[in-house]
Design a protein around this ligand. Structure first.
Ligand SMILES: [Zn+2]
Length: 359
C-alpha cells in the first residue's frame, strides 16, 4: 500500500451542552479530551458510530486548483474534531467526501480519487479506533469506479463507498451504472448516498426565497428522487444484494412511501411504468435500504423506525454543517424502543454493515 502524505482536517462545531434523561454517562461542556462522554445503556458502555460525517482532502482539491466548499471541511486540526465527537458521545465517525468530481474527465478523476482515498486511509490508519471512511469513486466512469472500489477497499482498508444521487444528467437507475452496483454487491459494500442539490430546480427559481430551500427541501427531495428511480425502475431488484444508506432519514421517501405503493394500485401499470417486483414500501424493510437518524424529533424517528425496522437506522450528525449535535440523545429519548434497538441504532448497525470488529 502506498499512502502519499496528505492533509485532511476537521473542525469544531457549535455544541450545546446536554444531559440525556436516559443516559447514565456524564457529558461536559469542556473541550479537554478527558471530558469524553461515554454512552451507557443498562449500565454497560456501548460504542456509538456516526455514519454521516463530512470531510475534505485538500491535496485532492489541489489537483484541479479547487478550493474547499468551506474551510472547516479541510482544516488540519484533528484534535478539534475529536473533541467535538467526545462531547457528543460519538466513539467513531464514518468519513465521506461529498462528490464534487463528477464532471472530470477520466485521467483527472483517476488522479483526484487516488489522492483522496489515500488521504482518507491515512487519517483512518492514524486513528483506527475513531475513524473509518467510505471510498470515493468516479461514478461518471463506471469502469474506473470499479477499479477504485477494489483498490479502496482491498488495498486501503476503506469501508463501503459514497456516491451522489445524480451524475451529470444520469439517474442512478441508468444501466450505465450497473457494473458499479454489481461490484458493490459482489464485495457486500454499503453505499452511502448523499444529495448534491437539485440544481435544475435551483436554476428554475423554485427553491429561491427564504428558508434556504435548496438545502432544506432540495436535498431530501433529491434523495427521494434517487430512491424512487432505483426502486421503480428495477435496480433494487436487479441487484438484490445492493445496500444503500440514504441520508437525512431518506428524505421524503421513507416517511411517505405509501403514496408510492398507492400509485401502482391507483393507475394502470402502463401509466406508472413501475418495473419493481414489490410495492416500494417493501424495500424499506427488506435489507437493501438504510437510513440515518437526522429527522430531528423523537416522534419522527419513531415513525421512520416503524416503517423500516430499527436494524435499518444509524445515527448521523452531518458534521460540520451543524444540523444536529444531539443524535445520541435523540435515540435515547425516542419512545417505544428496546435497549437492543437503541444499541443497534447508536452503533451496532453501522458496525455490522461496515464490518467493524467488535471492541
Ligand atoms: Zn451531509
Amino acid at each position: 500500500m502506498s499512502i502519499a502524505p496528505q492533509s485532511i482536517g476537521f473542525v469544531n462545531c457549535d455544541w450545546t451542552p446536554f444531559r440525556a434523561a436516559h443516559d447514565h454517562a456524564v457529558g461536559s461542556p469542556n473541550i479537554e479530551p478527558s471530558t469524553r462522554r461515554e454512552v451507557s445503556i443498562d449500565g454497560k458502555k456501548i460504542r456509538t458510530i456516526d455514519i454521516h460525517a463530512h470531510c475534505a482532502v485538500p491535496a485532492a482539491l489541489d489537483v484541479i486548483q479547487k478550493t474547499p466548499e468551506r474551510s472547516d471541511l479541510s482544516m488540519e486540526d484533528k484534535e478539534a474534531r475529536l473533541a467535538s465527537m467526545d462531547k457528543q458521545g460519538l466513539d467513531m465517525a464514518a468519513l465521506s467526501v461529498n462528490p464534487w468530481w463528477y464532471h472530470l474527465e477520466y485521467e483527472a478523476a483517476e488522479a483526484v480519487i487516488k489522492i483522496q482515498n489515500e488521504g482518507l486511509a491515512q487519517i483512518c490508519h492514524s486513528d483506527p479506533d475513531r475513524f473509518i471512511a467510505f471510498a470515493s469513486i468516479a461514478l461518471q466512469h463506471p469502469d474506473l469506479a470499479v477499479d477504485q472500489i477494489e483498490y479502496g477497499v482491498n488495498n486501503l482498508g476503506l469501508r463501503g463507498i459514497n456516491i451522489g444521487c445524480y451524475v451529470e444528467g444520469r439517474e442512478l437507475s441508468d444501466p450505465f451504472f450497473h457494473p458499479v452496483w454489481a461490484k458493490c454487491e459482489e464485495l457486500d459494500l454499503l453505499v452511502f448516498m448523499h444529495p448534491r442539490g437539485t440544481n435544475e430546480m435551483v436554476s428554475g427559481g423554485r427553491l429561491s426565497g427564504g428558508g434556504a430551500l435548496a438545502n432544506t427541501i432540495g436535498n431530501p427531495l433529491e434523495t427521494t428522487l434517487a430512491l424512487s428511480h432505483l426502486i421503480f425502475e428495477g435496480t433494487m431488484d436487479r441487484f438484490p444484494g445492493l445496500k444503500i444508506c440514504a441520508v437525512h432519514g431518506g428524505g421524503y421517501f421513507a416517511s411517505y412511501a405509501h403514496r408510492s405503493d398507492a400509485v401502482i394500485r391507483t393507475f394502470s401499470n402502463q401509466r406508472v411504468q413501475a418495473c419493481c417486483k414489490h410495492p416500494p414500501t417493501h424495500y424499506l424493510k427488506n435489507g437493501q435500504l438504510y437510513f440515518d437518524s437526522i429527522v430531528f424529533d423523537p416522534a419522527a424517528l419513531r415513525y421512520l423506525i416503524s416503517q423500516t425496522g430499527a436494524d435499518k437506522i444509524m445515527i448521523g450528525t452531518d458534521y460540520p454543517f451543524g444540523w444536529t449535535t444531539t443524535e445520541v440523545d435523540l435515540v435515547l429519548q425516542t419512545p417505544e424502543l428496546s435497549n437492543d434497538d437503541r444499541i443497534a441504532i447508536l452503533g451496532g448497525n453501522a458496525a455490522r454493515l461496515l464490518n467493524i470488529p467488535t471492541e
